[in-house]
Design a protein. Structure first.
Length: 462
């Protein structure tokens, strides 16, 4: 029918008929007439974050929400907030994911039609094709709401345990990460500074994408932000709330602050050495203070109590010595040493034995940061026209006996409670990822029986 409309009717008549059909469908189901009207409630702000992360609008009348079936609780909450009786439809996906090549998960979808509500939603920042626009921003009334950011983290963020290994000890602290366009994450940074103070979190581009950026918090700052967003209740994705409350049940991390007296002794031990010459990993042999890391943190705005001390020791302490560029003549010699080896087969850690040039790092940085060292890019192109291509490296499967040993050391009674980033400290096996991939994607069928023997309900939840 749509093909007939496109061929036989003029554009204006076609749009009129399509709009008439939408109005007829909108009349079948009810919705709150004051949805997204000022003043916005916390539940409506949460719904704006839900649609910003996982929703779609054409800007005219259609508002659509689609999530995986395991997150059906969030779609039902959105239906209650909107006061709509439009049905939640299950979409059975039978194809393969274009990114992983594995079977896709079933989805649940919920649609409502209202030109007035779509207009209000667009004014709140949820615009058409938002995933392809770097300039997406939200009004201040939305950007200052913890409910909005809580839902954005539920949809386009991660809450996880960050484990650090020190010898035989494992220190676990909470962490969170949020994804979005740069303009939107700049508003997230302002919200973090207003809420808990301190320096601004970094906003970094995500490799392999043109729009996406990421920003994260860890340890004490992540704990405080999770307390603001999840401890007070309100609608949230159940599985993300569970991890957040688990982190909040642990004691609040206390940052280790190096006393000023210790920093003064470390500076005295330097003698007359300039601070811009101190490496990032420098540790004072007398006090054990990580002076290089302290300088790097202070240049980013942290530890303001040390700024005056560094200024007194060296007036140019804020400047860092630029990394010397490798001469292009040495890179040419390194390329000659390769012979006829294609550049896409050079390992990332390859170092020329004759010149000492880390050719693998130069190739990798030139592939990722395409505006860096254009003279080297021209040289690589002359040597090998396909130098930008990267071969796929097959990963060796983790031996089964290591997985058995990791299961014997597991501190969780059920595999469904194992976090996705859990790593066995004795074997180094990423057991959380193995269990998650076997449950969701069907990878490693040789481990399915092993997990079932360890926990008959291993494939529940997660």
């Amino acid at each position: 029918m749509h093909g007939v409309l496109r061929e036989l009717l003029p554009a204006e008549e076609r749009q009129r008929i399509i709009g008439q059909r939408r109005r007829l469908r909108a009349r079948k189901y009810s919705v709150r007439g004051d949805l997204f009207a000022e003043p916005l409630s916390d539940a409506e702000l949460w719904l704006v974050g839900l649609l910003m992360a996982d929703g779609y609008t054409d800007g005219r009348a259609e508002i659509r929400l689609a999530l995986t079936e395991r997150d059906r609780d969030a779609v039902e909450s959105a239906q209650r907030v909107a006061g709509s009786d439009a049905p939640i439809v299950r979409i059975r996906n039978t194809g393969l994911s274009p990114t992983t090549g594995r079977p896709t998960q079933p989805m649940v979808s919920w649609v409502l039609y209202s030109s007035e509500i779509a207009s209000r939603l667009t004014a709140l920042g949820v615009v058409p094709r938002k995933s392809y626009r770097p300039d997406v921003r939200v009004p201040s009334v939305v950007a200052d709401s913890s409910s909005f950011w809580r839902r954005l983290i539920d949809g386009d963020g991660t809450i996880y345990w960050q484990r650090r290994h020190t010898g035989n000890k494992v220190r676990a602290t909470g962490a969170l990460r949020v994804l979005g366009g740069r303009s939107l994450l700049e508003q997230w940074v302002s919200f973090v500074v207003k809420s808990i103070g301190g320096p601004s979190p970094q906003v970094r581009p995500v490799r392999g994408t043109k729009i996406l950026h990421e920003s994260g918090l860890s340890a004490a700052r992540a704990w405080r932000m999770l307390h603001i967003m999840y401890a007070q209740g309100g609608p949230a994705l159940e599985r993300k709330r569970k991890v957040a409350l688990e982190i909040l049940r642990s004691p609040a991390p206390q940052p280790h602050v190096v006393p000023i007296e210790v920093v003064e002794l470390a500076l005295d031990a330097l003698g007359n050495r300039a601070l811009d010459d101190v490496p990032y990993r420098y540790v004072c042999p007398q006090t054990g203070a990580r002076l290089g890391w302290l300088l790097w943190s202070a240049r980013r705005g942290k530890r303001p109590d040390l700024h005056e001390l560094f200024e007194k020791y060296d007036a140019r302490w804020r400047s860092s010595r630029p990394k010397p560029l490798i001469p292009i003549d040495r890179v040419k010699v390194a390329l000659d040493e390769l012979g006829n080896l294609p550049l896409h087969e050079v390992p990332d850690r390859y170092r020329c034995p004759r010149t000492g040039v880390r050719l693998g790092e130069l190739l990798q940085s030139s592939r990722v940061w395409r505006g860096e060292r254009p003279e080297l890019q021209a040289l690589f192109r002359t040597y090998d026209a396909k130098w930008r291509s990267v071969p796929e490296r097959a990963r060796k499967p983790i031996p089964t006996h290591l997985v058995v040993l990791a299961l014997s050391q597991l501190e969780y009674s059920r595999l469904s409670d194992v976090p996705q980033n859990y790593v066995c400290w004795q074997t180094g096996v990423r057991l959380g990822r193995l269990v998650s991939n076997a449950r969701r994607r069907g990878t490693r069928p040789d481990l399915t029986e092993l997990f079932a023997r360890h926990d008959p309900q291993w494939d529940a939840g997660g």
